[in-house]
Structure formats: structure tokens, C-alpha cells
Ligand binder design. Structure first.
Ligand SMILES: *Cc1c(COP(=O)(O)O)cnc(C)c1O
Length: 390
């Protein structure tokens, strides 16, 4: 028999759950895009997105997903053959590097083997680059596959006087973990609608500093990619290089109001931190009874607050069981050394303590049903974190 009937719990790291209010907001036909409503809505969303990123710099919106954001940013920053240093802490950093290499950028990878970036290694490499050939240092704030989190201010500090741009992929962290783009000296920030922003997939955003704005255009900067045309736009169609994604704008407007004006960013970040800690506490309790169950990132300071990757024997069987029997969907062990025995629990965006306790409870039931050995007290440990932090 299955006990999955009822509201499903989606604990995959994107697309993340969308609030009903956001779904209702986008469920309407487009009004006249030449009237006043949509241009005003668009400007409001642009202003809110700058607040979200902690910047007064430039913002270029794109129709597309995270990969679109990657390519658009690269097409504005680099000429063919330019050198980029990508700090890789997992599958997403590696994919980003591969995409840019295919474009014809001279990509150098510094691999941290699914662990967070060590700023000292970066500092040592940049010190060797006396001619300043490295044009950009690129890093995922959260690598969604390993769940390693980068310390962006420490990375900026390690760059010292080196002229490279600091480029941050915040696709899995914006709206989940702190981002102070201007205060932290981030030159280019990339994100997308479907993770911490709690919207359906379909839009990507690039915030860029004046220093970054001075780069290019290069032979990569075709009219649709050009970030200046969008960031300096006045008529609506210029922001989006054609028809605006009107339902996305309605969704983003509502989601950003919830995050920025209702819950408040500090509370949003604190909620993600507390939910993450409760998941870590549960995994550690399970692991006390089975050395095969362990968090991918050992050091708590290096763990993401939006997703947790772990090793777990028979993870694939467990994922199927919890979906079929309990209605909880867990993330696959993307990029893990042994993906069949690894999984990810997302606590990203529209996610609360009840959803996390439900997810952990379903996992515990699955391990019991499948006779996967595990330590006891995981739900108690998670509940204690929630009790202390709420
Ligand atoms: C999801 C994700 C991407 C890719 O985004 P798509 O929308 O799937 O193209 C890139 N980087 C990070 C860190 C992500 O989490």
C-alpha cells in the first residue's frame, strides 16, 4: 500500500516549490504591454532584484535558465581566448567551466574536490599571475551538487589587488543565504528564477559592477547577449530584447514582495540556516549508527543553507521508496563519487520546518522499511534544532 496521497513534498534543489500566491499571481492573461501596467511592473521587479542582491549597480534580465545566465555573462566579459579561473567545488562549477571552454574561453580549473574553496590556494595562484592574464575568477556561492558553500568575502580578500573580475553564480543561494554584492566587491552576479526566488523556471539575471561594465563589447557580444542594451533600457522591449515574459514578471513581483517586504531578508536567511542545521543534525544522528551515512561537506561553515548533499547506502532505493510510499521527492546524488549511494535534501525557497520534519520522517521510515542501518534519534535531533532556533 502507499501512503503518498495528499500534498506532495518536493525536496529537490530546483525547481523549488512555488507559493500558491505566486502561482495565482501569474495565472492571468497578459494585459496590453504598451499600456502603463507592465512597464511599471517591470521597473518594480528590477528595483526589487537589486535590493535582493544588495546592489545599486547594473542589472540585465534574460529570458532563459541558469545556463543562459552563464553564457550571457561570458559573452559580455570575455573575448575569444581570454583566460578565466574557475573555482570548482562540485558538478555545477565543472559544468560552468565546460560551457565556457566550449565557447572558446581559456578556462583554468582550480578543483577543490567537492569541498569549499580554499582562499589561500587562490591567493597563491593569483600571485603567480604577475601579468594579470586571468580576466575573471568565477565561483558558485553554493555548488548545488556537493552543497559546498563558498565564502565570498574571503575569496574577494584573497584576490587582493589582482585586476580580475569576481564573478559569482548565486543561482542556488540568492534568496537563501546572504548576498551583499556591492559591500563584498562582487563584479558580476548571476541568478535565475526557479530556486531561492520561488518562481517557475524561465528568467535569469545578471547584476554587474561599473568595473565589469567597462569590459567589452567583444566579438561574443551579439545584440541579444549585450548586457548594456538591457541594463540601460527605457522601453520595455529593450529590457528583454523583445517581448517581456509577462507571467514571470507577475510571479517575480509577488515572490519578491514576500521575501523582501513581508518575511524580510534577514528572516529569510535565518530560516534557511535553521532548516539546514536541522537536516545536518538528523544526518549526523543517522550516521552515528552507520558510517556510510555522512554529509558531503565535513566543515559546517562550508555547508550550503539551501541544500544538503549526503552519502547514504542504497540512496536510490530510498528515494524511490519515499516518493512512492510517502509523497516526498528527494534530489539525486548529482556529481557524487558514487551517485547510487548519495542523495540531496533541498531546503530552498518556499520551505518551512514542517516540510523539513516531514522529509526527515519519511526518510527515517524508508530506512526502516528497507533495512538500511541507521542511528536513532535523528528526528529528535532535528526537532531540538528547530525548537532552539524558532
Ligand atoms: C541550477 C543551477 C544552475 C543551472 O541552472 P539551470 O536553470 O538548470 O540552467 C547553475 N548553477 C547553479 C549553482 C545551480 O544551482
Amino acid at each position: 500500500m502507499s501512503l503518498a496521497f495528499g500534498h506532495p513534498v518536493i525536496a529537490i534543489p530546483g525547481p523549488s516549490p512555488t507559493p500558491d500566491r505566486v502561482l495565482r499571481a501569474l495565472h492571468r492573461a497578459s494585459p496590453d504591454i504598451y499600456g502603463e501596467e507592465v512597464p511599471e511592473l517591470n521597473l518594480r521587479v528590477m528595483a526589487q532584484l537589486k535590493r535582493l542582491a544588495g546592489t545599486t549597480a547594473n542589472l540585465a534580465p534574460y529570458i532563459g535558465n541558469g545556463h543562459t545566465g552563464w553564457e550571457a555573462a561570458a559573452a559580455n566579459m570575455f573575448a575569444p581566448g581570454d583566460r578565466a579561473l574557475v573555482l570548482v567545488s562540485g558538478h555545477f562549477g565543472a559544468s560552468w567551466a565546460a560551457q565556457m571552454a566550449e565557447m572558446g574561453i581559456a578556462v583554468e580549473i582550480m578543483d577543490f574536490d567537492n569541498a569549499p574553496v580554499d582562499p589561500e590556494r587562490l591567493a597563491a595562484r593569483l600571485a603567480e599571475d604577475r601579468e594579470g592574464l586571468i580576466r575573471a575568477v568565477m565561483v558558485c556561492q553554493t555548488d548545488t551538487a556537493s552543497s559546498a558553500a563558498a565564502d565570498i568575502p574571503a575569496i574577494r580578500a584573497a584576490m587582493k589587488e589582482h585586476p580580475a573580475l569576481l564573478v559569482v553564480d548565486a543561482i542556488a543561494s540568492l534568496g537563501c543565504s546572504p548576498m551583499h554584492m556591492d559591500d563584498w566587491g562582487v563584479d558580476v552576479l548571476i541568478s535565475a528564477s526557479q530556486k531561492g526566488l520561488m518562481c517557475p523556471p524561465g528568467t535569469a539575471f545578471i547584476w554587474f559592477s561599473e568595473r565589469a561594465a567597462a569590459r567589452g563589447p567583444t566579438s561574443f557580444t551579439t545584440p541579444v547577449w549585450d548586457w548594456h542594451r538591457r541594463a540601460e533600457a527605457e522601453p520595455l522591449y529593450r529590457f528583454w530584447s523583445g517581448t517581456a515574459p509577462v507571467p514571470q514578471l507577475f510571479a517575480l513581483d509577488e515572490a519578491l514582495r514576500i521575501l523582501l517586504d513581508e518575511e524580510g531578508l534577514e528572516a529569510v536567511w535565518a530560516r534557511h540556516a535553521a532548516l539546514a542545521e536541522s537536516v545536518w543534525a538528523a544526518v549526523e544522528a543517522w550516521g552515528a549508527g552507520n558510517p556510510g551515512i555522512r554529509l558531503t561537506v565535513a566543515e559546517p561553515a562550508g555547508r550550503a543553507h539551501s541544500v544538503t548533499a549526503l552519502s547514504l547506502p542504497e540512496a536510490n532505493a530510498l528515494r524511490s521508496w519515499v516518493t512512492q510510499k510517502t509523497g516526498v521527492t528527494l534530489g539525486v546524488g548529482l556529481g557524487a563519487k558514487d551517485p547510487d549511494n548519495a542523495l540531496r535534501v533541498a531546503h530552498m525557497g518556499y520551505s518551512n520546518a514542517a516540510m523539513i520534519m516531514a522529509t526527515l520522517g519519511a526518510m527515517e521510515a524508508g530506512m526502516t522499511a528497507l533495512s538500511i542501518p541507521h542511528g536513532s534519534g535523528a528526528l529528535d535531533a532535528a526537532a531540538k534544532v528547530i525548537a532552539a532556533r524558532a
